[in-house]
Design a binder for this molecule. Structure first.
Ligand code: ZN
Length: 274
């Protein structure tokens, strides 16, 4: 599937370097002229009954492949586990604490910095990872290095507001239809109904409720509210492979431009470890 596409391929100088398939002398040579690294962060988490658990990992992996011919950057193996406390009631979902994820990502970053990496692009597929990633990126930027987080689903919405969506809805399902339609199950599409808290408090999302037209924050275990696991305004039945294809193409082009830009951002001459 996705993984096999990355193997046994002749690599050119202008292509991605997958760390998993590269020897240490090649990485050493890379760091002599390049300080850029891409770290893909995903999750293993319920995305409705129609999507696989790996959506948040598979989509950014596919985006990385799409920028392959446009960018030279060292790509770390995708982290398939993220912070999924809201959805851990659904079988197969695996959740790390934010602190565990922060430690893991920080130690990955530290390992790479020791050999010359200074510009880090975190290509993120999962919103729950953000608090941990922000801590790591803040530390990098405080040290005089560069840490930037690209959340693909937010990029999509800002490139074209019609592409924005919720969790496991049309946006993510469209991406999956473009990447790997054989693991999407349109015959299982159905409405997602969130149980209300009371007569006047309606659940509107994983952490939001509405009371007389006003939004309040109320984080809840989603499996207790919803027998399906997708939420959002974008019903999965609106998803098409064409939408997914256009969206992934637009995002990958922007990411390629971003990588070029990150290479030109001036860094401090010296920095101190914290
Ligand atoms: Zn997702």
């Amino acid at each position: 599937m996705i993984r096999s596409l990355t193997l046994n391929r002749k690599r050119r100088r202008d292509q991605l370097m997958y760390c998993m398939e590269t020897s240490w002398p090649e990485v050493q040579a890379y760091f002599k002229t390049n300080e850029c690294v891409m770290i893909i962060t995903g999750s293993l988490e319920c995305h409705g009954v129609h999507n696989p658990l790996g959506v948040d990992t598979l989509v950014p992996q596919a985006l990385a492949q799409r920028i392959e011919k446009q960018s030279e950057i060292l790509v770390l193996p995708a982290l398939p586990f993220g912070c999924c406390d809201y959805l851990k009631g659904y079988p197969g979902t695996v959740s790390l604490s934010s602190e565990t994820l922060r430690c893991v990502v920080q130690e990955i970053v530290d390992s790479l910095r020791a050999h010359g990496a200074r510009r880090f692009l975190f290509l993120n597929g999962h919103g729950g990872n953000l608090p941990a990633l922000e801590q790591v990126a803040l530390r990098l930027n405080t040290q005089g290095d560069l840490g930037v987080i690209a959340n693909w689903w937010q990029m999509a919405k800002e490139i074209d507001p019609a592409w924005g969506g919720g969790h496991g809805g049309g946006e993510e399902t469209a991406a999956m239809l473009a990447i790997c339609p054989e693991i999407v199950h349109p015959e299982r599409y159905r409405d997602s109904i969130l149980k209300p808290v009371s007569e006047n408090i309606q659940t509107t999302g994983f952490k939001t409720v509405q009371f007389h037209g006003v939004t309040l924050t109320m984080p809840q275990p989603v499996a207790a509210l919803c027998d399906n696991g997708w939420t959002g305004p974008d019903h999965p039945q609106t998803a098409t492979a064409q939408w997914g294809e256009a969206m992934l193409e637009a995002i990958s082009q922007l990411l390629a431009q971003l990588i070029s830009e990150l290479k030109t951002v001036p860094l401090k001459e010296c920095y101190e470890d914290q």
